[in-house]
Design a protein around this ligand. Structure first.
Ligand code: BG6
Length: 506
């Protein structure tokens, strides 16, 4: 793969958790793979004054134990490319120093004018920083490209996202704005497109004629950890569904793009979002279930309830679990229900999409039958990444008894190569100017438009319960009723792709 053009990366919030856990290690991995530009530098900003040397020590700590650090001898070289500048990003005057500082770094390393700004800061600064950069002319592409990566959440609802888009587009062009959703950087999410469109056998079945329903789950074992104040203003719907899970829906449901370029893929994604059937406010209580974890003993350890977590209101109504049923109104998916489920403090950490195929029109055999015996294709995003197909086989012996068996492919069998972290792929793409795996403004807006009625109803209608569920369980029982057919349930995935069941080995 080609190396990107020389550039300076400016990380706003350079000492923050995201920068240290994800961004800096991803840059380092790219550096070790020879995928960083020949000449580059990183400028981190933050409010606290630390020297370059002190900051470089923090960077070094963030890399400790990483694969590159263990094997590489070039950590010193890499760390020496980091610089720190302290200023308060909410103060307009502070930005005046930035152009000269960047010019000085550019000259020192003979870099030129390409600049990538990474906004790893609280969302209330997403409008402020770009405007101030523009005031200093740092959006001007005369001497090299200027790009900006914006973290999620992009807006808080439809109106705030629209306002943010408008603010950004006053001074920046859409092709300079890279709205990141790290799920799109996951190899296994991209592999959904490859599975679907590089194989002739799936696509003919991938529609309302053969698919009974689609189920997407993203479960986490962790609680909100130290992010209580962020999460209180977010909840599972905004934190996971608006971005990560709807993108999974988009990849599973989209039409084949005319080519694999950014515009074609993003056009198809938007079409899916625009075809999501709006959920009216009086349907919300039936089709959108919210829950909140309560304290429980899990594997011998007492886990606090959400309301007892740090920086969480003891009477909080914020959901830590959300499950939705909805439809996509287009020819391919007419009449096929989609089910989404996500939550914190569930029994295991799994993200997967399950395509449930329709049963045979007439069932001849005994043994496991009906939808026990329906074929399922499970696309496992994490962990034990891979694909699993469930189908019926004859049990050896007399008669025609059928048993469900698995055919599974594990990503780990594909290559000895490690699966790159999502942020590596996304940072590389942005440096190369490829926006395919970043969210376009119309997609963000369509996603908010779909979720807004749920957000509104959950906020204003106190008759819609926030169901409690004990930590370590699969969320509120009420979520099971979303799947109305009595013989069907959610899949209860285990850590290992080939296993499932409520009581499996976690
Ligand atoms: C983040 C959310 O975007 O995604 C977190 O803010 C969540 O709450 C995380 O834990 C999940 O990401 P992953 O890659 O661990 O599935």
């Amino acid at each position: 793969m080609e190396r990107p053009d020389n550039l300076i990366i400016v990380i706003f919030g350079g000492r923050g958790d995201l920068a240290m856990r994800k961004i800096v290690p991803a840059l380092y991995a790219l550096y070790n793979e020879n995928l960083m530009p020949e000449r580059f530098a990183v400028v981190a900003t933050g409010r606290t004054g630390v020297t370059d040397e002190a900051y470089r020590k923090e960077v070094r700590r963030a890399l400790a134990g990483s694969e590159g650090e263990k094997s590489g001898t070039n950590t010193d070289e890499f760390v020496a490319l980091f610089h720190y500048i302290d200023f308060d990003t909410s103060v307009t005057g502070a930005y005046k120093r930035l152009p000269d500082f960047l010019e000085m770094i550019s000259q020192k390393f003979s870099i030129g004018g390409n600049l990538l700004f990474y906004l790893s800061v609280p969302p209330d600064l997403y409008g402020v920083i770009p405007r101030n950069l523009a005031l200093q002319g740092l959006n001007n592409e005369g001497d090299g490209w200027k790009r900006m990566i914006i973290e999620k959440p992009f807006g808080y609802d439809y109106r705030s996202a629209e306002k943010l888009n408008r603010t950004l587009l006053e001074t920046w062009n859409e092709n300079q704005i890279f709205r990141i959703d790290h799920y799109l950087g996951k190899e296994t999410v991209q592999n959904i497109l490859v599975t679907r469109f590089s194989n002739g056998i799936f696509e003919p079945l991938w529609n309302r004629n053969y698919v009974h329903h689609v189920e997407i789950t993203s479960s986490e074992t962790l609680g909100v950890e130290m992010r209580g104040s962020y999460y209180e203003g977010s909840g599972a719907l905004r934190d996971m569904v608006q971005n990560h899970l709807l993108h999974l829906v988009g990849f599973v449901a989209m039409e084949p793009p005319s080519s694999i370029d950014s515009t074609s893929i993003r056009n198809e994604l938007v079409k899916v979002f625009e075809s999501l059937r709006p959920i009216s406010s009086d349907e919300v209580h039936r089709t959108a279930i919210r829950g909140q974890y309560t304290g429980a003993h899990v594997r011998g350890e007492w886990l606090k309830g959400y309301r007892e977590e740090a920086n969480v209101d003891p009477a909080s109504m914020t959901e830590t679990f959300a499950a939705l049923k909805f439809n996509i109104d287009n020819w391919r998916w007419g009449g096929v229900p989609f089910y989404l489920r996500t939550g914190k403090r569930l029994p295991t950490r799994v993200t997967e999409a399950v395509i449930h195929f329709k049963p045979t029109p007439h069932y001849l055999f005994s043994g496991e039958s009906l939808c026990d015996g329906c074929n399922q294709l499970i696309i496992r995003i994490q962990p034990d990444e891979g694909l699993l197909l469930k189908f019926g086989m004859k049990i050896p012996g007399a008669g025609f008894k059928v048993k469900n068996v698995n055919m599974d492919f594990h990503y780990s069998d594909l290559a000895a190569e490690r699966i790159p972290e999502a942020y590596e792929r996304l940072l590389y793409d942005c440096m190369k100017g490829d926006s395919t795996l970043y969210t376009r403004s119309d997609a963000v807006m369509a996603a908010w438009k779909f979720l807004d009625p749920i957000i509104e109803a959950w906020k204003n209608d106190s008759s819609i319960p926030v169901y409690g569920y004990p930590a370590g369980t699969w969320g509120p029982e009420r979520a099971d009723d979303l799947i109305e057919e009595s013989e069907l349930t959610w899949r209860y995935p285990c850590k290992n792709l080939a296993e499932d069941g409520v009581y499996c080995e976690l």
